[in-house]
Structure formats: structure tokens, C-alpha cells
Design a protein around this ligand. Structure first.
Ligand code: C2E
Ligand code: CA
Ligand code: CA
Length: 635
């Protein structure tokens, strides 16, 4: 449904993964925060102690021992040293202290310019300071906070020349910068976590319909939900008693292309609404993919439900919007049996719906054992086809063409049969299949090569061959080298061109027509003739004869059957058409001729050439060889 946008597929597990990621991120963020703050503090403490030691090393302990008042000579020297470091970043206070006795701590020089403590002013001795008095730099373990901010204190001993401790240098290092840094870090981490969480929740909400098992566009159940619900009905013995209807929009691809994807989406929504409105409680509907809808209706209501689909089928897509059933639909219908699982029901419905897709005339196909088995057999045929060519399972039969003025064999049509084990499968069964799958072209050339080879064999046997036409699918017209490949094949088997002909049905589309005209022109130069097959069916038109230079026109059996058909005008029509073709200087051959009356009638209309059961059915190679030996029909 999306033109170019790729839809993000979000399911339960991906949302779970995303949520776990957010949580993990949160935890990691928290750990990072704690670790970083610890590290910063640790580093800061270390540098505080280093600074205290540096300052202490500059102060002469013996001099400090002599300072007891601001007027003492050493006081200014020490103050100068302290002032030197006072403006270091993050330094809040610097001071020196001494122990008067074991318990009394006093300031010696206080570096605080605003409110200096007096020399000798008492201060509480803290346990954290004790290591410094024993000669070791140290730091208190916790951050203190006062009116000027947060800080911690580092201490280092001031030593005398003899190594004794004169006092200590204290440095208060502010940690407000760490706090503000940590705050920023915390905000960024929180912002990332919150955005993550918002995205997850948003996505979750956006796709929550999907997570609840519903289709985003139509709000109907998805295929998976239908299967789940169906199987749970089965568990309670309630699946049986229902009919599954698989509905598909005819030509949805075309609708999308012609009217645009938005229109396509609107159509799907409108159809979903229409289909749902026909249901009663306990019945179910799902959009099982693209333009497919599966409905489980109660058996007794299925006929009415399907009739409703038929009734409102519009004639044109434009007329359909916005009321009524907005699209022409086809469907496969299956009455659910006792042991069926929902998966099996869906499988069968799909097969049956595809029958409706292939049979252009039937839009509603009901499951029958026979139809179903045929379809499965078709599947079988397709899968075994390639191997069958290699195994030589395809046999070429020859149906004679007879000149009825002399009752003599004058040509033949090569018709393929598939000999699968003991039975012959008729081309009507597999040719349309192979054509649908685009596999027919290989088989056509296989038949053509067999024809070339057989003609050579007959010549080698001293027989006079007759021109043999091979059927080629219209699909070949898409191949620009088609004509060339035919000639190459003929020459490979050294078959004279006059013994060969190509049968093609006329084309419906204009682009095909161009290709057909070009192909016939090319072939006419090679001496291999092209016959127009099945004239009088489908899209045939007399005007086409003027455009394409095919020298033989094969009139289809359905047309020949009109001679003695229900309408009296039938015979006139056939003779007029034959005359017209003759007037255009083309040869006519009638196929499917079964009775002497038909032969006589054709003789009178001067149609010389005839193919049909009246003379011969398609013959096996050996039978046709005999016919070549006895080319005159004794009738
Ligand atoms: P077609 O080309 O129109 O071939 C004529 C069909 O009419 C043949 O059916 C033939 O057996 C049948 N027929 C001939 N005379 C009579 C008659 O008097 N009465 C009746 N009721 N039927 C008659 P067949 O052999 O089953 O072939 C069916 C179609 O399969 C062919 O129709 C042709 O379209 C296709 N086909 C056969 N062989 C090939 C092939 O090698 N390549 C391609 N592309 N198509 C082939
Ligand atoms: Ca034919
Ligand atoms: Ca034909």
C-alpha cells in the first residue's frame, strides 16, 4: 500500500527490547553518574592535599614556631606565602594552625582577607586533622557546606628542620563546581532517558493497534489474530458450523496504479466497513494481507452474506465511491469441517479463491473436492514440468490437414501431449497453466525441434513430408529474437523452410499487435509461413487481416460449428467470412470439422483445406508416418 515508504515493522518483542534498552540506559546512566562524581571528588581531594603539601613545604616550621602574634616577624612571611596560593581556582580558604597542647587548636596565620581569624584564636580540633599533626597529608572525608558554598578540607604538616611538626596548613577546596558539573551531567542523562522513553511510548502507542492484533489501516483483525481466534473456537468445537469466505478485490493492482495508493487505501477501508457491516455477533472478519479479507460467517447465514456481496458489485470503480460495495470482488468459499484447523481453512480458501482468479467468468467459487484436487494436480504439473521436459515426457502428435478437393493429405498441425506415467494429459489442461507461469516458451521450442527432427527422419525414410505447423504462444512476441531463433532451430536440423509453419493466435493488445506485425514480416522473408489460429474467437477482427500479412487463416471450430448451428444465418456468416478472406488473397483452413455435411458445405464455399476428426484425430508419430505413406483418404 505504501508507495516508496518502508513501513517500520514493530512487534511485541521489538517494543520489549526497546523498553529493556531504556531501563538499561537508565541504570547505566545512574552508575555513570555515581562513578563520575566519586572520581571527581577523589581527584579533587588529591589535588587539595597536593596543594596543602606544596604550601606547607614553603613555610619554615622553625619560623612558624616563633609566630604568636600578628606583629611577630614570621607572620607576614607566612601570610605572603598563603596569599600566593589564595587565588588558585577552587581554593576557598588557606590557613595555618598549631596545637598548643593535645586538645587546643589555634590559628597561626589565617589567609582569609574578609574575616581573618586572629593569631591564637581557638578552633575545634577535628579528628580528620590528626594525621597531619603526625606528619602526614590528609583530607576530611565529607564535604562541608556553609554560607559560602560547599567544600572539603585538606591538611598537610609544616615541618621544622629537625623533622618535628610545627603545625599544619589547611586548604579548603570548594566543590560547588563539581556539583554544578554533576548537575549538568544528571540533566543530560535524564534528558536522554526521557527522550528514549518518550520515543518508546510513542512507537508503542502508534503500533499498539498492531500489537493488539489489529490491522492498522482497517482496524480489522490481522491474519495471525484470525488464526488464533479461529483455533480457539476450534478448541471449543465452535469453528465447525461456520463458512469461511476469502474475499479479494479484482484488479487491485490496476486500481492502485490507475487511481493512486491513497484511493487504494480508502477503498480497502470502505470495503472493510462494508464487509464488517454484514456480520452479526460471533462472526469474524480479518484483513489477511494486501487486498484479501477473510470472513467467518455462520453456515446458515453464508448464502445471504455472499448474495449481499454480489448485489452491490458496482459496474465501475468511480461509481462505487463512496456508497455501496466499493470494489468488484471475487471470493473463495469453504464450509468448515469438523477437524479443520484455521490454518488449513485459510489454505483451502486461498486455493479456491485462486480458482476464481483464474476462471475469469466465475467470481464466487465454492470449494468442491474435485476443484480442489484439480488445483493441487495443477500445482503438481507445474513442479514436475521441467523434469518432464528432460525425461522426454512430452510427445508430439500430428493432426492431418486435408485438401478436400482431392481428399489428399496436404499438411499437419503438431499438437503436444504430456505422457505422465500411463496417461496422456491433454494440452488444454497444462498449456494455460504454463502460459500463466510464463513457462510455455521452452515447450513450444521443444515441440518445434521435434517437428524439425521428424521431418528429417521422414525424408531419410524416403517419404515426402508435408508442411507442418507448430503452435507458438503469444508470449514469444516479447522476445525480439523470436524469429531468428525459429530460423536457427530449423537450420540446426537442416529442415527446409517450406515444410514449416508457425501457428499463432491473434493479439488483443495494441502493443502485441505491433510485435506480431513485425514478427510476421520477418518470417515472411524466411519462407516459414505464419498461420493465424483460432480466427472467429475472442478478439478477432476482419480489419486485423488487413494489417498483418499472414497468408493462412485458420477458422476456429466454434465458427465452423455455426454452419449447422441454432441460428439459420450461421451458414451465411461462415461462407461470407470465407469469401472475404479469399478476396483478401489469403488461404482459409477450417478446423474442428467433424461431419460429411460440414465438408460438403465447405466444398461449396470453396474452402479447400480442412482439419478435423472427420478425417483424422491427432496421430502419434508412427500413425502419421503411415498416413504419409497413404496420403489419399478413401471416402
Ligand atoms: P488448437 O491449436 O486450436 O488445436 C486444435 C485443437 O482442436 C486440438 O486440441 C485438436 O485435437 C482439436 N481438434 C482437432 N480437430 C477436432 C475435431 O474435429 N473436433 C474436436 N472436438 N476437436 C478437434 P488439443 O490437441 O487438445 O490442443 C488444444 C490446444 O492446445 C491447441 O488448440 C493449442 O492452442 C494448444 N496446444 C497444443 N499443442 C501446443 C504447443 O505445442 N504449443 C502451444 N503453445 N500450444 C499448444
Ligand atoms: Ca493451433
Ligand atoms: Ca485452433
Amino acid at each position: 500500500m505504501n508507495k516508496s515508504k518502508k513501513k517500520i515493522k514493530l512487534n511485541r518483542s521489538s517494543v520489549l527490547i526497546l523498553t529493556v534498552c531504556v531501563l538499561l540506559f537508565l541504570v547505566m546512566g545512574l552508575i555513570t553518574y555515581i562513578k563520575v562524581s566519586e572520581l571527581m571528588l577523589e581527584q579533587s581531594k588529591q589535588s587539595g592535599m597536593n596543594l596543602a603539601q606544596t604550601i606547607a613545604a614553603e613555610i619554615d616550621g622553625d619560623e612558624m614556631n616563633r609566630v604568636y602574634a600578628k606583629t611577630d616577624p614570621g607572620y607576614q612571611t607566612i601570610l605572603n606565602i598563603l596569599n600566593k596560593y589564595r587565588y588558585y581556582t577552587y581554593v576557598k580558604y588557606i590557613y595555618t594552625m598549631r596545637l598548643e597542647d593535645k586538645a587546643n587548636l589555634t590559628f597561626v596565620v589565617d589567609g582569609d582577607p574578609d574575616d581573618p581569624a586572629d593569631c591564637g584564636e581557638a578552633y575545634t580540633l577535628l579528628d580528620d586533622m590528626l594525621p597531619a599533626f603526625s606528619g602526614e597529608a590528609c583530607c576530611d572525608m565529607q564535604v562541608s557546606t556553609d554560607a559560602w558554598g560547599s567544600y572539603y578540607s585538606a591538611y598537610a604538616p609544616v615541618l621544622c628542620k629537625d623533622g618535628s611538626v610545627a603545625g599544619i596548613v589547611g586548604v579548603d577546596i570548594g566543590v560547588d563546581y563539581i556539583n554544578s558539573y554533576l548537575k549538568k551531567l544528571m540533566f543530560s542523562l535524564a534528558a536522554i532517558c526521557i527522550s528514549f522513553a518518550v520515543i518508546t511510548v510513542g512507537l508503542y502507542m502508534l503500533f499498539s493497534i498492531e500489537l493488539t492484533g489489529k490491522d492498522v489501516l482497517t482496524g480489522l483483525y490481522t491474519y495471525e489474530t484470525l488464526v488464533k481466534k479461529g483455533n480457539s473456537l476450534k478448541k471449543h468445537g465452535e469453528l465447525v458450523g461456520r463458512t469461511a469466505v476469502l474475499v479479494n478485490i479484482k484488479g487491485f493492482k490496476y486500481i492502485n496504479r490507475q487511481y493512486g495508493y491513497d484511493f487504494g487505501n480508502e477503498l480497502l477501508k470502505a470495503l472493510a466497513k462494508f464487509l464488517r457491516e454484514g456480520l452479526i455477533q460471533g462472526e469474524m472478519i480479518a484483513r489477511t494481507g494486501n487486498d484479501n479479507f477473510c470472513i467467518l460467517v455462520m453456515n446458515e447465514r453464508s448464502a445471504a452474506y455472499i448474495a449481499r456481496l454480489k448485489q452491490t458489485n458496482p459496474t465501475s470503480i468511480d461509481a462505487a465511491m463512496p456508497d455501496g460495495l466499493p470494489a468488484p470482488v471475487r471470493c473463495g468459499v469453504y464450509t468448515i469441517k469438523e477437524d479443520d484447523t484455521m490454518e488449513q481453512v485459510m489454505g483451502i480458501c486461498t486455493v479456491v479463491m485462486n480458482v476464481a482468479r483464474n476462471r475469469k467468468k466465475e467470481d464466487i467459487v465454492y470449494y468442491s473436492r474435485e476443484t480442489y484436487e484439480n488445483i493441487l494436480e495443477e500445482g503438481d504439473l507445474l513442479t514436475s514440468y521441467k523434469q518432464a521436459i528432460r525425461n522426454g515426457e512430452f510427445k508430439v502428435f500430428y493432426q492431418p490437414k486435408v485438401d478436400i478437393t482431392t481428399n489428399t493429405l496436404c499438411g499437419a498441425e503438431a499438437l503436444v501431449r504430456w505422457q505422465k506415467e500411463d496417461r496422456f494429459i491433454s494440452p488444454g489442461q497444462f498449456i494455460p497453466l504454463l502460459e500463466n507461469e510464463g513457462l510455455i516458451t521452452e515447450l513450444d521450442f521443444y515441440v518445434f525441434e521435434t517437428v524439425c527432427n521428424d521431418i528429417r527422419l521422414w525424408k531419410n525414410q524416403g517419404l515426402t513430408p508435408v508442411p507442418i505447423s507448430s503452435n507458438f504462444s503469444k508470449l514469444h512476441l516479447g522476445n525480439p529474437d523470436f524469429a531468428e531463433e525459429i530460423v536457427k532451430t530449423a537450420d540446426k536440423w537442416q529442415t527446409e523452410h517450406k515444410y514449416l509453419a508457425v501457428e499463432m493466435t491473434e493479439s488483443s493488445g495494441y502493443s502485441d499487435m505491433e510485435a506480431l506485425t513485425a514478427f510476421v514480416e520477418q518470417m515472411n522473408k524466411t519462407g516459414i509461413r505464419v498461420n493465424m489460429d483460432d480466427f472467429g474467437t475472442g478478439y478477432s477482427s476482419l480489419s486485423l487481416l488487413g494489417d498483418v500479412e499472414m497468408d493462412t487463416i485458420k477458422i476456429d471450430k466454434s465458427f465452423v460449428d455455426r454452419i449447422f448451428g441454432e441460428k439459420e444465418s450461421g451458414a451465411n456468416l461462415v461462407s461470407s467470412v470465407i469469401r472475404l478472406i479469399h478476396d483478401m488473397d489469403r488461404e482459409v483452413i477450417c478446423e474442428g470439422v467433424e461431419t460429411i455435411e460440414q465438408v460438403n458445405f465447405l466444398k461449396n464455399t470453396e474452402c479447400k483445406l480442412v482439419q478435423g476428426y472427420f478425417f483424422d484425430k491427432p496421430l502419434e508419430h508412427s500413425e502419421f508416418t503411415e498416413r504419409l505413406q497413404h496420403p489419399v483418404y478413401e471416402r
